[in-house]
Design a protein around this ligand. Structure first.
Ligand code: ATP
Length: 222
C-alpha cells in the first residue's frame, strides 16, 4: 500500500512557548520504494516517523496507509493497524537479552495469534532472508551490532507490514556494515512490496535508497 503524508504539522508544548517540529510536510512512498529522509540533529526526523507510525497525532494534516486514514483512528483500531500493517525499527534495537534471535521473532508472532509451529517456521525463514541462517539460536550478546540490527529488521518484518519505518539503522555501524544494512532494507522493501521510510543524519550509506529527501527545521526539500 502507498504511504501518504499530507500537510503534516506537529507542535510540542514547551513551557511558555511552542516548538514547531514539523511544518506542511507532504510525502508519498509507493510499495517497493525505499525513501531516505536525511537531516541534522533536531530537524524533525524522529517526529516525522512517530507521526507516520501513528504514535503521535499531528496537529495538522493526514497520514494514510492505502485508503486508511490513521489520523481518524483511535484506541484499539489504531493499535490493530500498527500491529498488523506497520513495522518499526527503532534506533535502539530493544532485543530481549534472554531470548535467542528466533525467539525474538516468535514472541511477536504469538501476539498475532500464530501457532508455535507457524511462528518458528516464519522466524527461521525471515532470519535467513536477513542473512542470519545458522545464527537463530544465538542470544543478542553473541551477535555483532550489525547482526543485532538484522534481527531487529527481521522482527519488524514478521508483521508482513505494508509500511516499514526505520530510525537511524546505521548509527552504531561502520561504513561497510552500514551500507549493507541499507542494501538489505532496499532488498526486503522490493521483495515484499513495502513502502519504507528510513530516517538518518548520516548520508554516507544512502547509495542504496531509491530516493532521498532532506528535512531541515521541520520542512522537507527534494
Ligand atoms: N517531547 C518534546 N517536547 C518538546 N520539544 C520536542 C520534543 N521532542 C522533540 N522536540 C523538539 O522538536 C524538534 C524535532 O525533534 P526530533 O526529535 O524530531 O529531531 P531529530 O531530527 O529526530 O533529531 P535527532 O537526530 O537528534 O534524533 C527539535 O527542536 C526538538 O528539540
Amino acid at each position: 500500500m502507498t504511504l501518504r503524508l499530507h500537510g503534516i504539522g506537529l507542535t510540542y508544548p514547551d513551557g511558555e512557548r511552542t516548538v514547531h517540529a514539523l511544518h506542511e510536510v507532504s510525502l508519498r512512498v509507493e510499495p517497493g520504494e525505499l525513501l531516505a529522509v536525511t537531516g541534522p540533529s533536531g530537524s524533525g526526523k524522529s517526529s516525522l516517523l512517530a507521526v507516520a507510525a501513528g504514535l503521535l497525532r499531528p496537529t495538522a494534516g493526514s497520514v494514510r496507509v492505502g485508503e486508511t486514514d490513521l489520523t481518524g483512528l483511535r484506541g484499539a483500531a489504531l493499535s490493530r493497524l500498527r500491529l498488523n500493517r506497520i513495522g518499526i525499527v527503532f534506533q535502539q534495537h530493544n532485543l530481549v537479552a534472554s531470548l535467542t534471535a528466533a525467539e525474538q521473532l516468535q514472541v511477536t508472532e504469538h501476539m498475532r495469534g500464530r501457532s508455535a509451529r507457524q511462528a518458528r517456521d516464519r522466524a527461521v525463514q525471515l532470519l535467513a532472508t536477513v542473512g542470519l541462517s545458522g545464527k537463530q539460536h544465538r542470544r543478542p550478546n553473541r551477535l555483532s551490532g550489525g547482526e543485532r540490527q538484522r534481527v531487529n529488521i527481521a522482527r519488524a518484518l514478521t508483521a508482513r507490514p505494508e509500511v516499514l519505518l526505520v530510525d537511524e539503522p546505521t548509527a552504531a555501524l561502520d561504513q561497510e556494515r552500514g551500507a549493507r544494512i541499507v542494501e538489505l532494507l532496499r532488498d526486503v522493501t522490493g521483495q515484499y512490496g513495502i513502502a519504507t521510510v528510513l530516517v538518518t543524519h548520516d548520508t554516507q550509506h544512502l547509495t542504496h535508497a531509491d530516493r532521498t529527501v532532506a528535512i531541515r527545521d521541520g520542512k522537507l526539500s527534494e
